[in-house]
Design a protein around this ligand. Structure first.
Ligand code: NAD
Length: 274
């Protein structure tokens, strides 16, 4: 039987490719013989990631584009460049979002993300990157896929697409500097599910599918206090390990999921069933 999980000759665009979770998507692609087209606004981090990857994978498998996904001009240019390389786009992973990792070093930002002090510019930026950026990539690359009668879009949601953040887990004992998950994060992660469902039906007749994955948190050497608190909220009693999303991502971006469309796969240790 043909290996439906193979990504051989498949070209996959990943946004926010220099970040933490993106590495899981990148491994899913490169380990299964696909080609990765990596986009990130942070040029330095993206170059560093590229240098690390080419130690283990062929340069032919990796292309990088540094720029802002909220700029339609930039995304249209990336599309043109990929066409010039005579490559078709098969998969888009809308991964980029603003995901603040706040601690006591970010006192100013902590205050600005509390609901009663919420900074409108933070709201605008977060919605722009997480929703407008995903829309622009879907519009430009999805339209290419529709023309080619083949495509898969994977949106990165979150357990916080379904539940409210439990702000007690981010809190330090210092109540003045109350750390919370910004409201904009909840709104973006709920919104991305709407985009997923809409896109899933829009080009279905052109064989373009769209799904989302809703990961829980990843272990990233967070402070012990946070890890203790969050573990109590997760039936499996721990955050995910760094490589625990790869197989679910691979399923959703390969032909193994050929009849899966418009779904949100929760991979969160059971956090959202409580
Ligand atoms: N880390 C987690 O535990 C976790 C859990 C669930 C869901 N997620 C989701 O995974 C995705 C990635 O999160 P992460 O933790 O890797 O975040 P991250 O901050 O490590 O990575 C995000 C990347 O996006 C890039 N980026 C930001 N704005 C951009 C723009 N305008 N144009 C292009 N690139 C831009 C950043 O430079 C960064 O490299 C997000 O959608 C997040 O909601 C993460």
């Amino acid at each position: 039987m043909k290996n439906k999980f193979s990504l051989k000759n498949k070209n996959v665009i990943i946004t926010g490719a220099a970040g933490l979770l993106a590495l899981q998507h990148i491994y899913a692609v490169l380990e299964n013989d696909g080609n990765a087209f990596l986009i990130d606004i942070d040029k330095k981090k993206l170059n560093k990631r590229y240098k690390e990857l080419i130690k283990f994978y062929s340069k032919k498998q990796i292309n990088i584009f540094s720029g802002d996904i909220t700029s339609e001009k930039f995304i249209t240019n990336v599309n043109k460049k990929i066409k010039k390389l005579k490559k078709k786009i098969h998969v888009l992973i809308n991964n980029a979002a603003v995901d603040y990792k706040l601690d006591s070093k970010h006192l100013n930002l902590i205050k600005k993300t509390q609901l009663e002090h919420f900074d409108i510019n933070i709201w605008k930026k977060d919605l722009d990157v997480g929703l407008l950026g995903s829309l622009i990539c879907t519009k430009v690359f999805g339209a290419e896929m529709a023309k080619n009668n083949y495509g898969i879009i994977l949106n990165i949601a979150s357990d916080l697409s379904f539940i409210s953040p439990d702000n007690r887990i981010y809190n330090t004992s210092d109540k003045i500097n109350k750390i919370v998950k910004p409201v904009s994060y909840s709104v973006v992660k709920h919104g991305i599910i709407g985009l997923t469902r809409y896109t899933a039906t829009y080009w279905a007749d052109k064989n373009v599918r769209c799904n989302a994955i809703a990961p829980g948190g990843i272990f990233n050497n967070q402070p012990k206090d946070f890890l203790n608190k969050i573990s109590k909220l997760i039936p499996l009693r721990r955050l995910s390990r760094k490589n625990e999303y790869i197989s679910s991502i691979l399923y959703l971006i390969s032909d193994a999921s050929s009849y899966t469309n418009g779904t949100v796969l929760k991979v969160d240790g059971g956090r959202t069933v409580l």
